[in-house]
Design a protein around this ligand. Structure first.
Ligand code: ZN
Length: 260
């Protein structure tokens, strides 16, 4: 297996008042970590660079920010200097104010961070940023890629999504770790599968839509159910709620109608 991850201790004795049991800290390299609050789910990057400590999307839920701060202190020893965001949704930016109050600076670009390269796309939102940290060979791709949910390419449509994935596949090398906005990090192999599954999903929905089938009828189509299951990487019993399934089809209709 190309992607090697080390799970580090999940107990932090210095944080006496904080409940850290719901946090998982994954070590990518000696200087790069992924921190996740299990219920909240956003993958938070913590990277120790020569220019200072960088946090990517440091949001574990409002009530868990103090605990996140303590965990970061344990790993970095020094405060977070810079905060980067993959996009503007609150589950990624919701911790910005908290970190600014602790002295961190939210930066729009990586110009002050030579270890990073930044790429901008229109896929999940009108401005999605991807951050490549060369020293740890890790690519933080935000919600362009989600390994715990179906794809959400509503802003850029299928073409925006494909452009983003094509470029991400060319970042780093075959051993690069691809860190989605939510869900487990993967290699490029899974990212290629995600792209193929997304393509197949849109094509199938289009065929059924063109036949005049309603959203409800499509929801009951066995092929569509199987295609949805392709995104269930963790093989969850109930992958997504019915309402989310319905909305995914409705939004795919919108993407098809837009011609993007
Ligand atoms: Zn998100």
């Amino acid at each position: 297996m190309r992607v090697k991850l080390l799970l580090v201790a999940m107990f932090y004795s210095a944080c006496a008042l904080c409940d850290t049991s719901n946090f998982q800290v994954t070590s990518v390299s000696k200087r790069a970590f992924i921190i996740t609050e299990k219920d909240y789910g956003t993958n938070i990057g913590l990277i120790k660079t020569d220019a200072g400590v960088v946090a990517i999307d440091p949001m574990p839920g409002e009530k868990n920010l103090d605990t996140l701060y303590q965990i970061i202190q344990q790993h970095s020893k020094v405060p977070v200097s810079y905060v980067l965001n993959t996009h503007q949704h609150s589950d990624h930016t919701g911790g910005n104010t908290y970190f600014v109050e602790q002295g961190s600076k939210v930066v729009e670009t990586v110009s002050q961070l030579p270890e990073f390269t930044e790429f901008v796309f229109k896929s999940h939102t009108s401005k999605d940023k991807v951050f490549y940290h060369s020293k740890s060979n890790s690519v933080f791709v935000g919600d362009i890629y989600d390994t715990s949910w179906h794809p959400t390419f509503y802003s850029g449509g299928l073409s925006g999504f494909n452009q983003a994935i094509e470029k991400i596949l060319n970042i780093g090398n075959e051993d690069s770790l691809i860190i989605p906005g939510h869900g487990k990090p993967t290699s490029k192999v899974e990212l290629r599968q995600f792209r193929a599954h997304t393509q197949a999903w849109v094509e199938q929905i289009k065929v059924l839509k063109d036949k005049g089938m309603s959203v409800e009828e499509i929801m009951n189509n066995d092929n569509v159910k199987a295609l949805l299951h392709n995104f269930n990487l963790a093989n969850k019993q109930n992958f997504i709620p019915e309402t989310a399934f319905k909305r995914f089809i409705e939004r795919t209709f919108t993407v098809i109608d837009s011609g993007k």
